[in-house]
Design a protein around this ligand. Structure first.
Ligand code: ZN
Length: 158
C-alpha cells in the first residue's frame, strides 16, 4: 500500500488543466493503485482525481459504495448530462469545508479502463454527482466554485 500526499486548496496545481494520458504504462497503473489507497485510507472519500495527488493527468477514480465498487476513469468524457440535483459536497483537497452544489442528476460518461478498453457508464444520484465533481478537478475547478448560494460552510468543530 502506498499513500500519496494530498494537494490542498491554495496550491496552484489544483487550478491547472490536466493533460490526457497518452500511454497506460506501469506508472499510470501505480498511480491508480496509489490513488485508491489514498482514497480508502481512513474512509476519507468517495472519489479522487490525479491532480489531488499532484499528477496533472486526466485520471480519476470513484467508489460511492454501490454495486459498481471502484471505477477507474482514464481520459474520461461526459457525453450526456441531464436533470438537476442540489446536495452537499466536500473534498479531500478542501478539508473542513462543505457547500451545496447543483449537479446533473443523470450522466453518461465514457473513459478507458486500466487495460486501455473503452467503457461507458450511466450514472444517477450520488454516482453522477461524484463523476462530475472528479471530472471538474481535471479542468482545475473545485466544488466551492459552484456553491449554489455562494456560501461555504466550515465543518470543523470549534
Ligand atoms: Zn474533490
Amino acid at each position: 500500500m502506498a499513500l500519496r500526499n494530498l494537494v490542498l486548496e491554495g496550491d496552484p496545481l489544483l487550478r491547472k488543466k490536466s493533460r490526457p494520458v497518452d500511454e497506460i504504462n506501469p506508472r499510470i497503473i501505480k498511480l491508480l493503485d496509489d490513488m485508491a489507497d489514498t482514497m480508502y485510507y481512513d474512509n476519507r472519500g468517495v472519489g479522487i482525481a490525479a491532480p489531488q495527488v499532484g499528477v496533472l493527468r486526466r485520471v480519476f477514480i470513484v467508489d460511492v459504495g454501490d454495486d459498481n465498487g471502484l471505477i477507474e476513469f482514464i481520459n474520461p468524457e461526459i457525453v450526456e448530462k441531464s436533470g438537476s440535483q442540489v446536495g452537499n459536497e466536500g473534498c479531500l483537497s478542501v478539508p473542513g469545508k462543505t457547500c451545496e452544489v447543483d449537479r446533473p442528476d443523470h450522466v453518461i460518461a465514457k473513459a478507458l479502463n486500466r487495460n486501455g478498453e473503452e467503457f461507458t457508464i450511466e450514472a444517477t444520484g450520488l454516482l453522477a454527482r461524484c463523476i462530475c465533481h472528479e471530472y471538474d478537478h481535471l479542468d482545475g475547478i473545485l466544488f466551492i466554485d459552484r456553491s449554489v448560494d455562494g456560501k461555504i460552510y466550515n465543518t470543523e468543530e470549534e
